[in-house]
Design a protein around this ligand. Structure first.
Ligand code: 13P
Length: 346
């Protein structure tokens, strides 16, 4: 596949008012979320839940791509239709998480390095054959006393760039996700400083590894104070800090930035994305979109609770969050939209 196709796919992923839905939780993460709600931690429960998501009527109005996990890309609807076909028929592009998880980093207490480069070329070829159009790799950066270290930032950025180059070679658009975590007491300013340093390092490595910037999507964290920071920030402050940081560090050749939600509530994630698009619309060289997992899925999961009778209500909640985020892309999200979720009444 040529560069032109990669570029067209990357553009389509962040087209107009659309964004991505991350549903690529590993089995253990998915099980943990199920366990909290008393949902059985079985392959069949995970399959049913993913069927609920991909068969949500109208999802393709707001969602350009869904990110799957290895188990999920091989699964089918109860009637035997492969999920990849269901997704494609809905006008949505299937993508795939290809890292194998963040592990403790040697000699770097409290820090993680994401693994998965060995054998990646062959796995990408298989996923491409299965119909995947893009890939995702997540690096995790923790803020704390004397961390993140240069060693952690450099090793993770190098791995992200190696993954991105291999993805493009396989014809898959790489979603490059360096996540600076929300956990901790750090201030908004510290998050801004760390995020900028991480992004600069990531883009240096992407350049060194000859990644075509026009054929990738960046998936960063929003710039936020730590969860236990005594001074939390207003929506506009978050919007300003985030966009200023990105304007300094992300080349204009990148077609789109699709944020992760990182544990923010669905409402806050929508409000903050909306504020960025309202306050900076005319100054943005790239599309500012979303690639949320929890901030789209959580209400639906809580409604579903593993019960077939709750599927329709859960799908309405999922559709609602996708719609709110699509409105946020256009700067048209209003908190009053949250009052119109008839799906909340089961
Ligand atoms: P959250 O939106 O829940 O942070 O998940 C996004 C994601 O894909 C993490 O890798």
């Amino acid at each position: 596949m040529g560069a032109q196709e990669l570029i067209a796919t990357a553009k389509a992923l962040v087209a107009s008012d659309k964004g991505l839905l991350a549903m690529d939780e590993s089995n253990s993460t998915c099980n943990k979320r199920f366990a909290r709600l008393g949902i059985p931690e079985t392959e069949e429960a995970r399959r049913s839940y993913r069927e609920l998501i991909v068969t949500t009527p109208g999802l393709g109005e707001f969602i350009s791509g869904v990110i799957l996990y290895d188990e999920t890309i091989r699964q089918s609807r109860k009637d035997g239709t492969p999920f990849v076909k269901v997704i494609t028929d809905a006008g949505i592009m299937p993508g795939i998480k290809v890292d194998t998880g963040a592990k403790d980093m040697a000699s770097h207490p409290g820090e993680k390095i994401t693994e998965g480069l060995d054998g990646l070329r062959a796995r990408l070829a298989e996923y491409s054959q299965m119909g995947a159009r893009f890939a995702k790799w997540r690096a995790v950066i923790t803020i704390g006393d004397a961390i993140p270290s240069r060693g952690c930032i450099e090793a993770n950025s190098h791995a992200l760039a190696r993954y991105a180059a291999l993805s493009q070679e396989a014809g898959l658009v790489p979603i490059v996700e360096p996540e600076v975590l929300m956990d901790g007491e750090h201030t908004l300013e510290r998050c801004c400083e760390v995020t900028e340093e991480v992004l600069r390092t990531v883009f240096n490595q992407l350049h060194t590894q000859r990644v075509t910037l026009e054929g990738m999507i960046l998936k960063p964290n929003m710039v936020l104070p730590g969860l236990t920071c005594p001074r939390q920030a207003a929506v506009d402050e978050v919007a300003d800090a985030t966009v200023r940081c990105l304007l300094r560090a992300v080349p204009a050749a990148v077609p789109g930035i699709a944020f992760l939600s990182g544990g923010q509530t669905g409402e806050l994630a929508s409000a903050r994305l909306n504020a960025m698009n309202v306050r900076f619309k005319s100054r943005l060289p790239w599309a500012l979109a979303f690639s949320f997992a929890r901030a789209i899925q959580q209400p639906a999961l809580e409604i579903w609770q593993g019960e077939g009778a709750h599927v329709l209500a859960a799908q309405k909640a999922l559709y609602h969050r996708a719609r709110c985020n699509s409105a946020a892309r256009l700067g048209q999200y209003r908190t009053e939209m949250e009052n119109n979720v008839d799906s909340r009444v089961i």
